[in-house]
Ligand binder design. Structure first.
Ligand code: CUA
Length: 288
């Protein structure tokens, strides 16, 4: 950036100079055609070759190394991210933790993100944390996530992948290590038991209706693998890959008619009654 500012400043200076002395041939920096050729060859060809080569080598040696994915085994933590039409599956290998559409990492730690896709080409991109990496079928990719300060960073699919490409975003939470480990420990637990009669009815509906064909809730008989793992769905801040805030009203709207909110997504409209939706929301909202 600094290099390009300096180059730009020189170009603007020379342009201004040319304009200023356009009818004043005797001002400084004038001269013969030979001198003009020397200017063009020197500043137009020679200097850019030297500057761009130097910046290229510098980027290759320092910048790429410091932003490249850590070598396997050298990193403290790996997170696996799988792109789906149109949401993100997130797994923490070795812990059994699986979540969706949000990634939690400890701040100040170099985390290896291993990315792949379950269907078409997606592209994993958290602009504030690192470059993009495409998720190409059959070709797993790796990228470094290295948050220097705590915060929430938005990520977005950066490769057009169909109807709901725009509604395929996620959040990265970079937390102090202790807070991150508490989160991970909470996510490891199986789903909370339903509190109250309505929530119990919700759970019974969930496992007997088609919900369980697509979703997993660890600790119940729901082991579907098509949609997001919902074991701790109420702990997440958004629904449908950052399309809706995760609160009981929006959750009810989503269950009632997901095709209205996100047309073309793979969750069907089940035609549930209001009572059934209320029971499901009561149950799912308790899964913290
Ligand atoms: Cu996934 Cu665009």
């Amino acid at each position: 950036m600094i290099g390009s500012w300096i180059g730009f400043a020189i170009v603007v200076f020379l342009l201004t100079l040319g304009w200023w002395r356009r009818n004043r041939p005797n001002l400084p920096f004038g001269g013969s055609d030979r001198a003009a050729t020397a200017w063009i060859v020197g500043l137009g060809v020679g200097v850019p070759i030297v500057i761009l080569s130097a910046l290229f080598v510098w980027a290759d040696v320092f910048v790429i190394n410091s932003t490249a994915a850590p070598k396997a085994g050298s990193t403290q933590m790996t997170v696996e991210v799988v792109g789906h039409d149109w949401w993100w599956e997130v797994r923490y290998p070795g812990s059994g933790v699986e979540t969706a559409n949000e990634i939690h990492i400890p701040v100040g730690e170099r985390v290896l993100a291993r990315v792949s896709t379950a269907d078409v080409i997606h592209s994993f991109w958290v602009p504030e944390l690192n470059r993009k990496i495409d998720m190409v079928p059959g070709r797993p990719g790796e990228v470094l996530l290295d948050a220097e300060h705590a915060g929430v960073f938005r990520g977005q699919c950066a490769e057009f992948c169909g109807l709901q490409h725009a509604h395929m975003s996620f959040l990265v939470y970079a937390d102090p290590p202790a807070r991150f480990r508490a989160w991970l420990a909470a996510q490891k637990r199986t789903a909370a038991a339903p509190a109250g009669a309505l929530a119990r009815r919700g759970r019974a509906e969930f496992v007997s209706e088609s919900c369980a064909d697509c979703h997993t809730i660890r600790g119940t008989s729901a082991i579907g693998q098509v949609g997001p793992d919902l074991t701790h769905v109420a702990s997440r801040s958004s629904l449908a890959a950052n399309t809706l805030p995760n609160d009981p009203n929006d959750l009810a709207d989503w269950i009632r008619d997901p095709q209205h909110i996100k047309p073309g997504n793979h969750m069907p409209r089940l035609g549930l009654s209001s009572d059934e939706v209320n029971a499901l929301v009561a149950y799912l909202d308790g899964l913290r």
